[in-house]
Write a protein that binds this ligand. Structure first.
Ligand code: PLP
Length: 414
């Protein structure tokens, strides 16, 4: 297996075989070789970063149908810049003092069930989250979490934006939320970081009324791990750019990039903004742009079949082992087919958690999905697995539980 010569051994660190999906902690996804090549080529010369961002804006606008786009240092960074944009809009003095929001609307209204660890980004920009609704639907104690009137009531003069997290099951529907927000001239920021594929989602949320939508560049797009994209309204994208780009420029020499075409720069340029630490390098920009081009050209069905073949093989092999009860779950389009494996601890001699732990301890280490350990299940996600790693994962599971398993029948054939 190719991982024996992994570069991480050079640093005394053992690499991970990823059967867990696109998790930031273990490296996101594997960047496309063509994107690596683009990064290498970008490293050979200088470029005005804002010109490259203008090119990115054109491409993102083409893909999403939005007015403009921007490349950020991750979806999380995109959320922070989006937060900064709805707070400051085109006001240079607010840009210069964020996260201080004294005297300006700074509330971000969010359905309670949309709160995640990532909304810290809105608060970091200076926003104050106002959450609405209940958790009834998810707890099984009611049929809805948020009613439209609750959103209506929460939007006041103090509101800067509505925050929304897109998942196939989120309530209320984005179009309903956007209609209410827009009646109050309030923008809607959508976190759709992991909602690709399908590529139709690039335009879907914009069509449903999102003013800014954020995607991760380091998940299924397979760009550099530290990239993200934001698509949306020109005015807000310009505010993001002004608060992210390096502003130590000589005004007299500066040709403002196409990306800032609507910004009035007659009285000077803003100071370095709150987003300046979220720098995106020329290599990341080039790598992300190349990855985006390839992602939209990719045959999604073929890709899915590739993931499914790995899942079917693992499901088939594991179903022969006493104490393991696997099944394939492919209900969510944005997630690769997953093999959910129920563990009968009495038969195999270890709990799901113990098994996941043992798999992590080897060399190379194997990470499996851990979201269902509380149900005594491990999850094998095949999206970030390579074909030549499938049997290693199988072998590690068999060895970990000391299963009676005839390896001679195995062998994943591509
Ligand atoms: C992954 C993820 C993020 C963060 O994306 P990064 O590109 O790693 O910053 C934000 N929100 C959701 C819902 C995610 O799944």
């Amino acid at each position: 297996m190719s991982d024996r010569k992994s570069i991480y051994y050079d640093f005394g660190v053992s690499p991970v075989i990823n059967a867990a999906g696109t998790k930031t902690r273990i490296g996101g996804s594997l960047i496309r070789p063509e994107a690596v090549e683009a990064m290498r080529a970008a490293a050979e010369s200088f470029v005005v970063l804002s010109d490259l961002q203008s090119a990115a804006s054109r491409l993102i606008s083409e893909l999403t149908g939005a007015e403009a786009g921007y490349v950020t240092s991750g979806a999380g960074a995109g959320m922070m810049l989006a937060g900064a944009a709805v707070l400051a809009r085109d006001d240079f003095s607010v840009m210069s003092r964020l996260p201080d929001t004294t005297g300006i609307p700074d509330e971000m209204v969010m359905p309670r069930t949309h709160r995640t660890g990532y909304d810290h980004a809105f608060r970091a920009a200076g926003g104050e989250i106002v959450d609405i609704g209940t958790n009834d639907y998810h707890l099984g104690t009611g049929s809805t979490n948020v009613e439209p009137w609750e959103l209506e009531e929460a939007i006041t003069e103090e509101t800067a934006a509505v925050g929304y997290v897109e998942k196939p099951y989120t309530q209320p529907e984005l179009s309903v939320v956007a209609d209410i927000a827009h009646e109050h001239d309030t923008p809607v920021i959508v976190d759709a970081a992991a909602e690709l594929p399908p590529t139709t989602n690039f335009s879907r949320f914009i069509e449903q009324g999102a003013d800014l939508v954020v995607f991760s560049g380091g998940k299924a797009i397979r760009g550099p791990q530290t990239t993200g994209i934001v698509a949306g309204r020109q005015e807000l994208i310009e505010s993001m750019a002004l608060q992210n780009l390096d502003m130590h420029i000589a005004d007299e020499l500066w040709d403002p990039p196409e990306l800032l075409s609507d910004t009035d720069l007659s009285s000077g340029v803003p100071r370095q903004g709150i987003g300046r630490p979220l720098k995106v390098g020329k290599e990341e920009l080039a790598g992300l742009l190349r990855a985006l081009e390839l992602f939209v050209e990719e045959d999604q069905e073929k890709q899915r079949q590739r993931w499914l073949r790995r899942a079917e093989y693992l499901d088939d092999q594991l179903s022969d082992i006493d104490g393991l009860d696997p099944h394939i779950d492919c209900t969510e389009e944005s997630i690769a087919p997953e093999v959910v494996v129920a563990i009968d601890a009495d038969v195999v001699g270890s709990t799901a958690t113990e098994l996941a732990r043992t798999l992590r301890d080897g060399d190379p280490r194997v990470f499996v999905g851990s979201d269902r350990l509380h149900c005594e299940e491990i999850v094998l996600n095949t999206m970030c697995l390579e074909d030549d790693q499938v049997d290693y994962v199988l072998d590690r599971i068999v060895t970990a539980i000391d299963a009676d398993y005839d390896a001679t029948t195995a062998g994943f054939a591509v």
